[in-house]
Design a protein. Structure first.
Length: 272
């Protein structure tokens, strides 16, 4: 009965305020991918936290080393934090003119969620550095990637801290021979430290980095009204819905409910 009463009151309040009762909690954030290590690559990444706890990732990039795989990850932390994209000036601690991944992670955080093309997506080399399950740039160096990860694959803390995440694509060709090789920069210390020796440094060094734009959007994902239904037409919709929810809350009409979401932890450790 209480549920029904709340529903009726919500409907009434919504009618008065012209807010649809089926407000969506979907939240979309975008990142502009900017070149690192003079890769010449660029692109955009769009992350959408869907109502059901799943995460849709769309990446369009160009200018990458053609015909080879490019490890790509969401970098960040389950606990949020202030991250930035690395720069040579600030982060090239060994002064060799190249940003190794281990130098860059100080800025963009650890590998939090590998954006594999299929299968698992744990923050371990098995997934994060799998040449067979990372996107391959086409003959013109383009990568067009889209995957929706179900809720039980999305690591805890990712949706909550969506606005502090970074999208990084790796893989550069320093000696310009069209492939990854040991001759250029030697072995990847980063991969070796993760227990995967024999990976060329060219594979793990960052090629583009993107800071998620639209800070505050993640809060909407967290506190949005869980009424399901119509997809949000744009970024402002979830925020508007949250505003409406706040009004209803202050009027004592709505009992806040945390968005149901799988909390299965996909290993958010094991990366460095
Ligand atoms: Cu990465």
């Amino acid at each position: 009965m209480i549920k029904l009463r709340n529903a009726l009151m919500l409907a009434a309040a919504s009618a008065i305020m012209c807010v649809p009762t089926s407000a969506s909690a979907d939240t979309t954030v975008k990142a502009k991918l900017v070149e690192v290590n003079g890769s010449g690559a660029s692109g955009t990444a769009t992350l959408t936290a869907l109502d059901d706890g799943s995460l849709k990732v769309v990446i369009h990039a160009k200018g990458h080393v053609p015909g080879v795989f490019h490890p790509q990850h969401i970098h960040g932390s389950a606990h949020g934090g202030h991250f930035a994209c690395p720069t040579l000036k600030k982060n090239d601690t060994d002064g060799n003119g190249i940003l190794q991944n281990e130098e860059a992670t100080g800025e963009y955080g650890t590998i939090f969620f590998p954006l594999t093309t299929r299968g698992g997506a744990t923050a371990t080399p098995k997934d994060a550095l799998d040449p067979k399950r990372m996107p391959v740039a086409d003959a013109k160096g383009r990568i067009n990637y889209e995957r929706t990860f179900p809720a039980d694959m999305v690591p805890k803390g990712l949706i909550e801290h969506l606005s502090t995440m970074h999208v990084v694509q790796h893989g550069i060709d320093v000696n310009d021979n069209g492939k990854y090789d040991m001759e250029a920069l030697g072995e990847s210390v980063f991969a070796k430290n993760l227990g995967k020796p024999g990976v060329p440094e060219e594979v793990t060094n960052p090629a583009v980095c993107g800071v998620v734009q639209g800070a505050g959007a993640a809060d909407a994902a967290k506190g949005g009204v869980d009424t399901g239904g119509a997809p949000a037409p744009d970024l402002t919709a979830p925020l508007a819905a949250t505003g409406a929810a706040m009004l209803l809350l202050s009027a004592g009409l709505l009992i806040p409910r945390r968005r149901a979401r799988a909390t299965t932890t996909v290993a958010d450790e094991g990366s460095s």
